[in-house]
Design a protein around this ligand. Structure first.
Ligand SMILES: [Fe+2]
Ligand SMILES: [Fe+2]
Length: 360
């Protein structure tokens, strides 16, 4: 899972996340790179113009940009920010539900939850690999996460208080993620688009298992139904905020659209999500905590109440209920895994030595 808020600007100025310099990986494929101290010659200027024209033509034709193709710095930077924030969200997103694996109410629920949380870890790995093709290493991206420079989805800074929260996360959080992520399957950057196709299939399972779990709980006791309703009440507004700030306050959106990275605006995605979710609440038998929510016959969609953006920004800026805990757990997991990385590197070095000996 993940969120739209992925495309939030970093708190520090460029190079965010250790972004690679100007077209590092592209220069080899595109011809001689310009030395930073060397004045660009007319030939270089002409080459740059031709590369830019090819890039624009690919976007116009709805084609794919691949890692070795020329891309403008702004494109590389925007993608790296979004993809790394997306990857971070996947792995931090393992925590709120991971807390419930040992407390799942049955073997079946435990097996489902284990599979889901493992999927999220896998999504992080696909996305780090895809982001590395932009010229920034996984270590650099993880350093940015662990030092607090890089963002991840704010939704994971809320606590999972009851078992119903696990179902609501699957239903609403993964549901919102699907709404956001399906358009990314058509994103202009090939590695990101291809990673998203598999991720979206797995997210569909996440959403369905959450809904099914809640259906079972809603057929249980009055206390179980109240627990589900309470979880829905707590998650609804943070989930709506997952789609990111209103279009009017989203300075990155226009460029994201031009680059073929962002296909549908934050507000349009949010509206689609509300319209898709309301009928599901009727099937479940829960209400949404929004007195202003009603069908608008003229607009042919639902009106909904105002989102408290001050709460959203408060959490983005590190002051949510679980920000500190999530980051501390992530840092500890990374430190605890150091021996695995060391062992893998030692094994790779041994293998290399052996193959060099054999070749000699
Ligand atoms: Fe998911
Ligand atoms: Fe995911």
């Amino acid at each position: 899972m993940y969120t739209q808020a992925l495309d939030l600007p970093e708190p520090v100025s460029a190079p965010a996340n250790g972004i690679a310099g100007n077209n590092v990986s592209a220069s080899g494929a595109q011809g001689a790179a310009v030395h930073p101290l060397q004045a660009p010659s007319a030939a270089h200027a002409a080459q740059h113009a031709a590369q830019s024209a090819r890039f624009e033509a690919t976007l116009d034709a709805d084609g794919k940009i691949e890692p070795r193709d020329f891309m403008p710095d702004a494109y590389r930077k925007t993608l790296l920010r979004q993809m790394s924030q997306h990857a971070h969200s996947e792995i931090v997103g393992m925590q709120p539900e991971g807390n419930w694996i040992s407390r799942a109410p049955s073997l079946k629920r435990k097996a489902i939850l284990l599979a889901k949380v493992q999927d999220e870890g896998g999504h992080g790995l696909y996305l780090y690999s895809a982001a590395e093709t932009l010229g920034t290493s996984r270590d650099q991206m993880l350093d940015a996460l662990h030092s607090g420079k890089a963002k991840y989805s704010s939704i994971f800074n809320y606590p999972t208080l009851t078992w119903a929260d696990v179902g609501v996360i699957g239903w609403l959080v993964d549901g919102a993620a699907i709404m956001n992520q399906v358009p990314i399957c058509r994103c202009s950057y090939g590695p990101y688009a291809r990673a998203m196709i598999r991720i979206c299939k797995e997210e569909s399972f996440h959403q369905r298992q959450g809904f099914e779990s809640l259906m079972v709980q809603m057929q249980g006791t009055a206390a179980q139904r109240a627990m589900v309703q309470d979880a829905v009440n707590r998650w609804w507004w943070p989930v709506l905020a997952m789609f990111g700030p209103p279009d009017a306050d989203s300075p990155n959106s226009a460029q994201g659209k031009r680059f073929g990275i962002k296909r549908i605006s934050n507000d349009d995605l949010r509206q689609k999500f509300v319209d898709a979710t309301v009928p599901q609440t009727k099937v479940l038998g829960v209400s949404l905590p929004d007195p202003a929510l009603q069908w608008n016959a003229a607009r042919q969609c639902h009106d909904y109440g105002a989102i408290d953006w001050s709460d959203f920004w408060n959490v983005v800026n590190g002051n949510g209920p679980c920000n500190h805990e999530r980051l501390a757990t992530r840092r500890k997991a990374h430190a605890d895994g150091q021996w695995v990385r060391d062992a893998a590197l030692a094994y790779a070095a041994k293998q290399e030595q052996r193959s060099m000996k054999e070749a000699a």
